[in-house]
Design a protein around this ligand. Structure first.
Ligand SMILES: [Zn+2]
Length: 65
């Protein structure tokens, strides 16, 4: 291990692209690259369009994979 463990930092797989990245905590599940893309999308599109871009469908508020 060459990284000092000061928080709950560990390698996790990104929820969006599934690549392993260094997560800063349990709530940090999206890699830096995807996070930046999502940030752009959230500022531009409503959630309904985001859902389509993620390839997921919502029915009665539940995600259908
Ligand atoms: Zn990612």
């Amino acid at each position: 291990m060459n990284k000092p463990i000061t928080t709950d930092t560990r390698n996790r797989s990104c929820l969006k692209c599934s690549q392993i990245f260094l997560s800063l905590g349990p709530a940090n599940r999206i890699c830096r690259i995807c996070r930046r893309e999502l940030d752009k999308l959230f500022r531009t599109y409503p959630e309904a369009i985001l859902a389509k871009e993620r390839g997921r469908k919502y029915h009665n508020g539940e995600v259908i994979e």
